[in-house]
Write a protein that binds this ligand. Structure first.
Ligand code: 6GU
Length: 224
């Protein structure tokens, strides 16, 4: 998968995109991430990428021109399956959306800022609008990182067997069951006997029951 991220705050991506699973996926050649500073595509002498809103009101709006220029340049070299604008009024991200997007090859993520982007970007340049939940962030950057992480870990070969995405919460509309590690007895706090029994089928059955029970208790909406 090739991810091109368009942002006014490229520095924000340096940490999170260079750690752990995302880093390993890049090293394995399964993912490449390209960060583009929107300011580099501004023709303004002060490298501005935003302007006042027509009709007045507080807040600056990202202009269409630098965004269009950047996307057009990217399209010269690659075909994109989706051009996604991260916005709190987009479709809400969930695991099934992540599963679908993880199968795509080339994706552009556009991070908004300030009061958003010129509506013409949304109407004519973008193919999908995604929100990561019902709360407001200062910009789309953190949302883009959340989305990128959720997609990358689903790409075949990114996770090893131990951390297989198949046993994640939400993957089958169930929360994940409890897990334990050594010691089996910590100051009298014991691990359930079934897990140390060595009986694989019984362990699997126990995990299913626990997952169902946890989901009923915490997220009954997932079972509807
Ligand atoms: Cl995608 N952007 C912003 N700014 N806030 C959000 C969001 C996105 N998703 C949830 N809140």
């Amino acid at each position: 998968m090739r991810l091109d991220i368009i942002t006014c705050l490229p520095e924000l991506f340096e940490g999170p995109m260079n750690q752990s699973i995302v880093k390993r996926s890049i090293e394995k050649g399964l993912v490449s991430i390209h960060i583009h500073n929107l300011r580099d595509y501004s023709t303004d002498k002060h490298k501005r990428v935003d302007d006042y809103a027509f009709g007045g009101g507080a807040g600056m709006v990202l202009s269409i021109e630098p965004i269009d220029t950047c996307i057009s340049k990217l399209k010269e070299d690659s075909d994109y399956d989706e051009i996604i604008y991260l916005t709190p009024d987009g479709d809400k991200l969930d695991q099934s959306m992540a599963n679908g997007l993880s199968l795509k090859k080339n994706i552009i993520l556009l991070c908004g800022h300030y009061k958003g982007v010129d509506q013409r970007v949304r109407d004519h340049l973008v193919t999908k609008e995604i929100s990561i939940g019902d709360y407001v962030l200062s910009g789309g950057e953190l949302a883009a990182m959340v989305l990128a992480d959720s997609l990358i870990r689903l790409i075949p070969g990114v996770l090893n067997d131990e951390s297989s995405a198949l046993s994640d919460s939400f993957q089958d509309n169930l929360l994940a069951p409890p897990v334990y590690t050594r010691p089996a007895d910590y100051k009298g706090l014991k691990v359930p006997d079934i897990l140390i029994s060595g009986h694989e089928a019984k362990v699997a059955e126990w995990r299913n029951e626990q997952a169902l029970e946890r989901t009923k208790k915490r997220r009954p909406d997932l079972l509807d």
